[in-house]
Design a protein around this ligand. Structure first.
Ligand SMILES: *Cc1c(COP(=O)(O)O)cnc(C)c1O
Length: 478
């Protein structure tokens, strides 16, 4: 076996100016100190036989096998298996994720059976377990700060509430998240959880988190960790369901394609990782709403963020798709030079242009298209009328884009369903005339008391707030 050679897995930064680190340091830090994103020094590859063996295994078992290739000897396999089993035990579906047929060779992969009804739970539940476990071992406290367009925040609150080593601060854009999303962040009633409404957009929240990471003094003082999809462990956890769904439809002997409702490029990047690992994926389709920076980039090569437009799919109302940097790193032959140049240019002149070669590399596996407000609404309505199946507006973006696309009809198209419709009842009501119900186990959410503070989109105010409430900071001061 070549296994022994692959045990010590190292991660490098996409910007090439940070030392390489191991899996658990990647889990605990999130962003690399040079502002880049961690990626493994080489992609692990699964042979056909190993992929075949995933057929019929419980989800947590496939998860342990896939993730072990990234953890190496940082987590012993039996320990990792216990962790994945615990992470997915909270899901309300016996298969964890559920693959449904929605039309001829069209499938919907439901990723919303976790505690906060969105796909973010699949990665966040596991990340919290890995982090808390390692922090206890190191006898360390940490401060997790996370920016959210709505769903990440709730998923982080559910995953980290009660974690003994972590204080969690969630920054959400005030007035731009749905009611259910807000409740999931503000009703946890756990002393280590703090919800902050920021007067700004999601991009403002994300910029605040990045700025705090780039402030070395603050970063050290509170022992800052990031759990946004810039945290590579989240990407790894999401790779699992691409394998599970593809194998259910006949992989590795049959190719499949995925359409992924996309914002920060974390989910669809996980699909790319699965492809690099050897899963035969015919095409990865990036589906966006009106916030279509990635569609424009694939069309023209120019990455040019515009102002964020609020839509009925708020978790995708993003113009700076952080994880795209990881794809660029590969597209430029893993040379950090052009990445540093592009990111510096983005800072100065608000845009950069991909080289012809890098763009060609990207479009060889990715396609991209946008869905308009009318198309999103129509997708919700027609899906409901045709099959009495209710989808949420994010999933509807994927369905609408998959309908417009021309790919080989023999290749099964799997649309990722990223949220439960009851999380976005207004969009469903506009399209179908009725409000979907929350699952009964969540019905009490509405009547729980909310607790959150409101702050301006200002770095020093937010840092001051966090520092005053972080146990890691007060432990250091003592
Ligand atoms: C976060 C989210 C997305 C976007 O996922 P990315 O990984 O940021 O591209 C899509 N749909 C829902 C419901 C989400 O919560």
């Amino acid at each position: 076996m070549i296994k022994s050679q692959q045990k010590n897995i190292r991660y490098c930064s996409t910007r090439g100016e940070a030392p390489s680190v191991g899996f658990l340091d990647v889990a605990l830090t999130g962003l690399a100190p040079d502002g880049g994103l961690y990626v493994p020094e080489a992609w692990p590859v699964l042979n056909q036989n190993s992929i075949e063996q995933f057929a019929g295994l419980p989800y947590h078992e496939v998860a342990a096998r896939v993730i072990s290739l990234f953890a190496g000897d940082a987590i012993e396999f039996p320990e990792l298996s216990r962790m994945t089993e615990k992470a997915y035990a909270t899901f309300r579906h016996p298969a964890v994720v559920s693959l449904n047929q929605a039309g001829p060779n069209r499938f919907v992969l439901e990723l919303f059976h976790g505690p906060t009804l969105a796909f973010k739970d699949l990665a966040m539940q596991l990340l919290a377990i890995i982090m808390d476990h390692e922090l206890r071992k190191r006898r360390q406290l940490t401060t997790v700060v996370v920016a959210t367009s709505g769903d990440t925040g709730g998923a982080a609150v559910e995953a980290f509430r009660g974690c003994s080593q972590v204080d969690l601060f969630v920054l959400f854009p005030k007035g731009r998240v749905s009611e259910v999303q807000r409740w999931m962040m503000t009703t946890a009633a756990s002393r280590n959880v703090h919800a902050l409404a920021i007067e700004g957009t999601f991009d403002d929240c994300q910029a605040l988190v990045k700025a705090m990471f780039n402030n070395q003094a603050f970063r050290d003082r509170v022992r800052l960790s990031g759990v946004n999809s810039i945290n590579f462990v989240r990407i790894v956890a999401q790779v699992v369901y691409y394998f599970v769904a593809a194998v259910a439809l006949g992989a590795p002997h049959r190719k499949v394609a995925f359409t992924v409702p996309t914002g920060n490029f974390g989910n669809v990047f996980s699909g790319y990782v699965a492809a690099r690992m050897g899963l035969p994926i015919e095409r990865l389709v990036i589906a966006t709403n009106a916030n279509d920076i990635l569609v424009r980039t694939l069309e023209t090569g120019e990455y040019h963020p515009r102002d964020v437009v609020p839509t009925s799919s708020p978790s995708m109302d993003i113009q700076v798709s952080s994880n795209f940097e990881r794809l660029m790193f590969d597209a430029y032959g893993r040379d950090p030079g052009p990445i540093r140049a592009a990111m510096a240019e983005l800072g100065h002149s608000r845009s950069f242009t991909l080289s012809e070669k890098a763009l060609k590399e990207i479009v060889s596996i990715f396609s991209a298209d946008r869905a308009t407000a009318d198309e999103i609404s129509a997708a919700i309505r027609t899906t409901q009328q045709k099959s009495d199946y209710v989808i949420d507006p994010h999933t509807a973006v994927g369905m609408a884009v998959a309908d417009k696309l021309e790919i080989d009809p023999r290749v099964p198209m799997i649309v990722l369903s990223t949220a439960h419709p009851a999380k976005f009842p207004d969009a469903v009501e506009d399209a179908c005339g009725f409000r979907p119900l929350l699952p009964s186990w969540l019905a009490a959410l509405e009547s729980k008391g909310e607790s959150f503070d409101t702050l301006p989109s200002n770095q020093s105010d937010v840092q001051h707030y966090i520092q005053g409430r972080s146990r890691a900071a007060s432990e250091k001061a003592a």
